[in-house]
Design a protein around this ligand. Structure first.
Ligand code: IVH
Length: 683
C-alpha cells in the first residue's frame, strides 16, 4: 500500500511539473530554472519507479514515447476535416467577400466580423479529450480518415495530456475534439538537419516535411527527440459548453491551457482586415516558424453554418497566401563540405541571385541521393527557394533549358581535404571520410567542442579552429587546454588582448556542467538532449565510460544505435587518451548528485529579475545566479526578491518601484553572493 503522503507528493509534483511545462512551452515564460525543473522530474520518476501503481497516462513522465508500432491504426474523424480555398491577391479576397455577401442578409452583412490567424505550415492534428484526458490524436489523412499517432503526440511538450492545464481555472468538458497544427520552428529545423547530417541520416527539405516525418514516425522514441511544437486553432466538437464564435473558441482553448497563437486577430471591418493581410507579408519573414499565409474566418458560428461548404472547403473561411520565394539561377559547381564526423555534404555554388531581398550564392543539396533523384547537373539552370531564415535550397533543375553541356556530378572517391578514400557505410545515405586525422574533421570537431551548446568557449569559432589546425597547434580537442600563448601571439590578428581573452575563455570552460562535456566530445548520435540524459544518469565520465551497451539501452531516450556508438567511442584508445588529457588539464569530469544535505547556496530561495545592460551578457548573469542557487524570472512581481539593474533599465524598474521590490546593481549582486545572500540595499 502506498501511503497517502506519497500519493499526495506525486500529485503535487505532477501539478508543479505540468504548470512549469506550460509556462515554458506554451507561454514561453518560465518561472524556474532548467535545473529546478529537472529536479522535480527526477523526484517524480524516482517515486514512479518505486511505486509503479501510481503511474497514470497523463503523468509528465509518460511523454518519453512508447514502443515502436508496426503501422498506424486508421481513425475515422467525427466530422470531415475540411481544407481551405486559397486566394493570392486583394482582388481574389474581395471576390470571396462578394460571394459571401450574396448569401447573407443586409443585417447579417453589417454585423460580420473576421478572425485572422497565421496559416502555420505544418501537419494537421486532431486531438480528442475525454473528461479532460488526452485519449487520441490523429493526422488529417484524406479528411475523413486519419492515422492514430497518439503515442507520438504524447511526446509533444506543449500538448496538454490533461486539461485544464492549470487546475481549477475552468472545468474540463466531458468531450472535446480540437484541431491544430504540429510544426517545427525554423531554428529547431536547422538544428535538426545539422544533426541528421552529422549522423549520416536523411535531411529534411523543409520544416513541414520534418514535422510530418516526425509525427508519422513508427518509433515514438524517435519522435520524442524531435523538437515539435503546436498551435491549436479550432474546436471541432465540444460537449457541455456553449461557444458562439471563433474568437470565443480560441479564448476557450487558451484558458484550457492549449497553445493558441497570440498573433490571431479579430477585425470588425473588411477593409481593415484586407489591408492587414496585404501588409503581413513582410511580417511573416520575421516569425520564428514558417507560415505560408493567413487564414481568414468569419467569426460567428451561426453565419458559418448558414454559409456551409463547397466541396471539401468551407465558404466561411479562406487562406490568404503568398507566393513562396523562389528564383531560377545557374548552378556553377557542386562542392563538398567535410563535417566533424567525416560526413561529406554536397552544396551548390550558384550564380548570385536575389531572393526576397537577400543575395544567395550557395545552397544545400542535402546528400548524393538527393542530387541523383532530382537529376541535378552542374551547369543546369536550377530553381532555388529561400523561406525565412531557412538555408536556401536547390529544389529542381529546369530540364527544358539544357544545352547538353551539363555535367553529371559524382561523389569524389577521395576526401577533398585530406585525400584519403571515401566510404559509404551500408544502409546510410551519407559518404564519409574515415581518416580520423583529417584536418577538416579535426577543425569541425574543435569548432563543435567550443560551440555555445557545448563547452561555450567565446572567441573560438570556425575560423580560429581552421587556423589552429592548419598551423599544427592542436591535434585533438584536449590540446586547446595546452595552447602556448607565445605561439598564439605569432598568429596573424592575434594581439595580447585577444590571446588573453581566448585563454581565459578556455580556462573558464574547464568548469562546465557534465552534459556540456559529453555533448562536446562529438560522439556520433550524442547531441545535447542525449548528453543531458547521460549526465543525469551517470554523473561522471568514468561511470559513463564503463557503461555497457545493454545498460545504456535500458535508459529511456537511448536506443541501440546510440548505445553502440557510445561504447564504440570510449573503446577507442585515441579517445581515451583525449579524456585523460582533458582530466589532466583540470576539466571537470563529474558532478555531484544533488542531495538534500548539500550545503546551502548563497542565493537559495531568492528570485531575481534582470533589466538593462550589465557588464556580462545576460545569459552569463543568469548562469551566475543559478549556479549560486537563485532563480531568474522574466517579469517583476511581488515574489521577486531583487531586481538587478544595469545601464538604461526598462519598464521593469518602474514596476519594481511600484511593488516595493528592492533593486541592486551587478556589483551588489556579486557582493550578495560572496556574503552569502544576506541583505542588499533597498531603495
Ligand atoms: S482552419 C475548415 N486555421 O491549413 C477549417 N487551418 O489548407 C480548415 N492550417 O489543412 C482549417 N493554420 O492544416 C486553419 N489557423 C489555421 C491554420 C490552418 C494552418 C492548415 C491546416 C489545413 C490547411 C488548409
Amino acid at each position: 500500500m502506498v501511503s497517502e503522503e506519497i500519493r499526495k507528493r506525486v500529485e503535487a509534483l505532477r501539478r508543479a511539473i505540468n504548470y512549469h511545462n506550460y509556462r515554458y512551452y506554451v507561454l514561453d515564460s518560465p518561472e524556474i530554472s532548467d535545473e529546478e525543473y529537472d529536479a522535480l522530474m527526477r523526484e517524480l520518476r524516482r517515486l514512479e519507479e518505486q511505486y509503479p501503481e501510481l503511474i497514470t497516462p497523463d503523468s509528465p513522465t509518460q511523454r518519453v514515447g512508447g514502443k515502436p508500432a508496426e503501422r498506424f491504426r486508421k481513425v475515422q474523424h467525427p466530422v470531415p476535416m475540411l481544407s481551405l480555398q486559397d486566394v493570392f491577391s486583394q482582388e481574389e479576397l474581395r471576390a470571396w467577400r462578394d460571394r459571401v455577401y450574396k448569401l447573407l442578409s443586409p443585417e447579417e452583412i453589417s454585423k460580420l466580423e473576421y478572425v485572422v490567424e497565421p496559416k502555420i505550415d505544418g501537419l494537421t492534428v486532431v486531438l480528442h479529450y475525454d473528461h479532460g484526458l488526452f485519449v487520441l490524436g490523429a493526422t488529417r489523412g484524406d479528411g475523413f480518415t486519419g492515422e492514430d499517432v497518439t503515442a507520438n503526440l504524447r511526446t509533444v511538450k506543449s500538448l496538454p495530456l490533461r486539461i485544464p492545464v492549470v487546475e481549477d481555472s475552468i472545468e474540463a468538458p466531458p468531450r472535446l475534439v480540437v484541431r491544430g497544427e504540429a510544426y517545427i520552428s525554423k531554428k529547431d529545423f536547422e538544428k535538426l538537419n545539422r544533426e541528421q547530417e552529422e549522423r549520416g541520416e536523411r535531411t529534411f527539405a523543409n520544416p513541414r516535411n520534418a514535422a510530418a516525418g516526425s509525427i508519422r514516425q513508427l518509433d515514438p522514441r524517435v519522435t520524442a527527440q524531435r523538437p515539435i511544437s503546436l498551435w491549436v486553432y479550432q474546436v471541432v466538437i465540444v460537449e457541455g459548453h456553449e461557444i458562439q464564435t471563433q474568437w470565443e473558441a480560441l479564448e476557450y482553448l487558451r484558458k484550457l491551457g492549449f497553445p493558441v497563437n497570440p498573433l490571431n486577430k479579430l477585425f470588425t471591418d473588411f477593409d481593415e482586415m484586407a489591408e492587414y493581410c496585404a501588409s503581413w507579408e513582410s511580417e511573416k519573414e520575421k516569425l520564428p516558424y514558417e507560415a505560408d499565409g493567413l487564414v481568414i474566418k468569419i467569426n460567428d458560428f451561426a453565419i458559418q453554418q448558414k454559409l456551409g461548404n463547397v466541396g471539401n472547403a468551407p465558404r466561411w473561411a479562406v487562406a490568404y497566401k503568398y507566393q513562396t520565394q523562389q528564383e531560377v539561377t545557374r548552378l556553377l559547381d557542386i562542392r563538398v563540405n567535410v563535417g566533424r564526423t567525416g560526413v561529406l555534404t554536397p552544396y551548390a555554388v550558384l550564380e548570385p541571385v536575389k531572393i526576397g531581398g537577400v543575395t544567395v550564392s550557395k545552397a544545400t543539396l542535402h546528400n548524393y541521393d538527393y542530387i541523383k533523384e532530382k537529376d541535378i547537373r552542374i551547369g543546369d539552370l536550377v530553381v532555388v527557394v529561400r523561406a525565412g531564415e531557412v538555408i536556401p535550397q536547390v529544389v529542381r533543375p529546369v530540364k527544358e533549358a539544357r544545352t547538353g553541356d551539363e555535367k553529371i556530378f559524382k561523389m569524389p572517391d577521395r576526401c577533398p581535404v585530406c585525400g584519403e578514400p571515401v566510404v559509404r557505410p551500408e544502409g546510410e545515405v551519407a559518404y564519409y571520410c574515415i581518416n580520423s586525422a583529417c584536418p577538416a574533421q579535426l577543425a569541425r570537431k574543435i569548432e563543435h567542442f567550443a560551440s555555445r551548446r557545448a563547452m561555450d568557449i567565446e572567441g573560438l569559432g570556425e575560423k580560429q579552429a581552421d587556423l589552429f589546425v592548419q598551423k599544427g597547434l592542436v591535434h585533438d580537442v584536449a590540446d586547446l587546454y595546452y595552447l602556448d600563448p607565445k605561439k598564439l601571439l605569432e598568429l596573424e590578428g592575434f594581439g595580447e588582448k585577444k590571446v588573453q581573452n581566448l585563454l581565459s575563455a578556455i580556462e573558464a570552460s574547464k568548469d562546465r556542467p557534465l552534459w556540456r562535456l559529453i555533448n562536446a566530445l562529438g560522439i556520433k548520435f550524442v547531441g545535447e538532449e542525449v548528453a543531458k540524459i547521460l549526465a543525469e544518469r551517470y554523473h561522471s565520465i568514468d561511470a559513463l565510460m564503463n557503461a555497457s551497451e545493454e545498460e545504456l539501452q535500458s535508459i529511456p531516450g537511448i536506443g541501440p544505435k546510440i548505445a553502440k556508438s557510445i561504447v564504440d567511442w570510449f573503446s577507442r584508445e585515441s579517445n581515451r587518451k583525449v579524456i585523460e588529457k582533458l582530466r589532466k588539464a583540470g576539466v571537470r569530469m563529474s558532478e555531484e548528485e544533488t542531495t538534500e544535505e548539500e550545503t546551502a547556496k548563497p542565493l537559495e530561495g531568492l528570485t531575481f529579475v534582470i533589466t538593462g545592460t550589465l557588464p556580462l551578457p545576460r545569459s552569463k548573469v543568469k548562469e551566475l545566479i543559478e549556479s549560486n542557487g537563485g532563480r531568474v524570472t522574466d517579469s517583476v512581481s511581488r515574489k521577486t526578491s531583487y531586481l538587478v539593474v544595469g545601464e538604461s533599465p526598462g519598464s521593469k524598474l518602474d514596476k519594481a518601484r511600484r511593488l516595493g521590490v528592492p533593486t541592486i546593481s551587478f556589483e551588489e549582486l556579486q557582493e550578495l553572493i560572496s556574503r552569502g545572500g544576506q541583505g542588499g540595499s533597498t531603495e
